[in-house]
Structure formats: structure tokens, C-alpha cells
Ligand binder design. Structure first.
Ligand code: NAP
Length: 249
């Protein structure tokens, strides 16, 4: 028996990295998946590697109207939502002395406003006993140079999730989040840093992880599958660290 047979899942940031690996795994496990991203060409490319019952929806999570469109297209196609996975995010580093209002708004619009507005849009269509997942980060527990605004955004999201967990309790909707450590995804290439700096940063991260390596997107996808499935039926409100032990030492 597949773990998500006929469940409808909406995944943001699903054209790349963790989101794409999760879309693949959810489809393998029988889910119908709304694969969302902000670039149509990236969605078209991702779709070539996906098999099963899915649609792609172009939506920029930082734009309120796009969140409405995303949820409406999901409902027009599948009628309801069982699993909402708010995964899209950006992590551009900027030391505090260089932070601008534009940088702050960019990060918070995508990492905080986006998921919160997507939840608001989706709630009327989310099945009772459904589940909401978020991608947080180890950065809420560990401080890394230059990631102040990013860390603050993920911390804000964590605080919001505690309230949401209480707000949806009467509907038995479970709210959980995953806090990945360093995971080998394209996010590092999008940080706007030179290759040698990225390489050094990567080595530094890996050395701090007790398991001594980056994680893979597929390892986060398996965690998302666990939390979204009945295997996690009594797990609610948690942030699950999937970081090779980084946050624990
Ligand atoms: P990724 O491969 O860059 O995936 C991020 C996804 O989010 C991409 O599809 C990206 O689209 C999308 N996205 C960004 N801004 C968006 C917007 N405004 N509207 C819609 N989609 C948007 O990176 P990833 O590592 O898989 O990141 C997934 C999540 O994991 C993020 O929330 C990130 O903060 C979190 N995380 C990652 C790590 C890590 O080490 N990789 C560690 C901790 C937490 P584009 O392709 O257009 O950029």
C-alpha cells in the first residue's frame, strides 16, 4: 500500500532541490501533486522528470495574488487539499552592516509572508485531519555569519507555526516543520557569491556536522513523507531537525 494514495499535495518551491525531490517521492507514493514554482521554464524542466498525476502552477509566493491563483488551480483540478508543503525559500547572505530594507523585504516576503498567505488561502480547502508542513532551517538554532535576516525569517516562521498548530486543532490538522542542516541543493548557487567562497562555506558547514557531510534532498523528502503520512499521526507542532546532528552539539 502506498503511503499517500489519492492524497492531494501542494508543494511550493517544487522545481528544485528539496521541493522537487519531495514531489517525486510523493508521486511515487500515490499522491496527486500540485508542483509550484515561480519560473515556468524551471517547472517545465522539472516536469520532464516527474511521473504520475500532477500539475504545475507558476506562482511567486511573495505575491499575494499568486497564492490565491495557486490554491484556486489546485482546487479546480483536484477539489481539495490533504497536504500543504510550504517549502519555497531564499537564503541570500548579507552581513548586518550591509542589510538594506530591500534585502529584508525580499527575504521576509518570500520566507514569511508567502507561506503565511498561502496557508490563509488554503485553509478553507484543506481537509480536516490534513497536514501542513514547512521547511524551516537549522539557522534558528545556530548562528552563521551573514545569515541574520534569513535566520530571523525562519525564526519568525517557527513562531507562526506554534500559533497555527493551535488555530487548526479543532479540525485535527497537523502542523509540522522540517529544519534541514546543510543540504546539497541549488540554493547555494543562488546566493550571489563567487564559486570559491561557496566551496569554502560548504567545507565549513560539512566539518561542523557530526556526520561530516551535507545531506541530500532525498533525505529531506523522506522526512516530509513521514510527517505527511499516517506514520506520523501523533506528531504535531514539532520542528524536526534533519541536520546530521548539527543543531545538537
Ligand atoms: P532550492 O533548490 O533553491 O529550492 C528553493 C525553491 O524555492 C526553488 O524552487 C525556488 O525557485 C523557490 N522559490 C524561491 N523564491 C520563490 C518565490 N518567490 N516564489 C515561489 N518559489 C520560490 O533550495 P532548497 O535548498 O531546496 O530550499 C528549499 C527550502 O529549504 C528553503 O525554504 C530553504 O530555506 C530551506 N533550507 C535549505 C537548506 C539547504 O542547505 N539547502 C538548509 C536549510 C533550509 P527558483 O528555482 O526560481 O529559485
Amino acid at each position: 500500500m502506498k503511503k499517500l494514495e489519492n492524497k492531494v499535495a501542494v508543494i511550493t518551491g517544487a522545481n528544485s532541490g528539496i521541493g522537487l525531490a519531495t514531489a517525486k517521492l510523493f508521486l511515487q507514493e500515490g499522491a496527486k501533486v500540485v508542483v509550484s514554482g515561480r519560473r515556468q521554464e524551471a517547472l517545465d524542466e522539472a516536469a520532464k522528470n516527474l511521473n504520475g498525476d500532477f500539475i504545475t502552477v507558476k506562482a511567486d509566493v511573495a505575491k499575494p495574488g499568486d497564492n490565491t491563483i495557486l490554491i484556486q488551480k489546485a482546487i479546480d483540478t483536484y477539489g481539495h487539499i490533504d497536504i500543504l508543503f510550504l517549502n519555497a525559500g531564499v537564503a541570500p547572505p548579507t552581513p548586518t552592516q550591509d542589510i538594506t530594507e530591500e534585502h529584508y523585504n525580499h527575504v521576509f516576503d518570500i520566507n514569511v509572508k508567502g507561506p503565511i498567505l498561502a496557508v490563509k488561502e488554503a485553509l478553507p480547502y484543506l481537509k480536516d485531519e490534513g497536514t501542513i508542513l514547512f521547511t524551516n532551517s537549522v539557522v534558528t538554532q545556530k548562528g552563521f555569519d551573514g545569515l541574520g535576516v534569513y535566520s530571523a525569517s525562519k525564526g519568525a516562521l517557527r513562531a507562526y507555526q506554534r500559533v497555527l498548530t493551535a488555530e487548526v486543532k479543532s479540525r485535527k490538522i497537523r502542523v509540522n516543520s522540517i529544519a534541514p542542516g546543510p543540504i546539497d541543493t541549488p540554493i547555494y548557487d543562488k546566493m550571489g557569491l563567487p564559486d570559491d567562497v561557496i566551496e569554502e562555506m560548504g567545507k565549513g558547514f560539512a566539518e561542523q556536522v557530526p556526520l561530516g557531510r551535507f545531506g541530500a534532498s532525498e533525505e529531506i523528502a523522506k522526512t516530509a513523507l513521514f510527517l505527511a503520512s499516517d506514520d506520523a499521526s501523533y506528531i504535531n507542532g514539532v520542528e524536526l531537525e534533519v541536520d546530521g546532528g548539527l543543531s545538537q552539539i
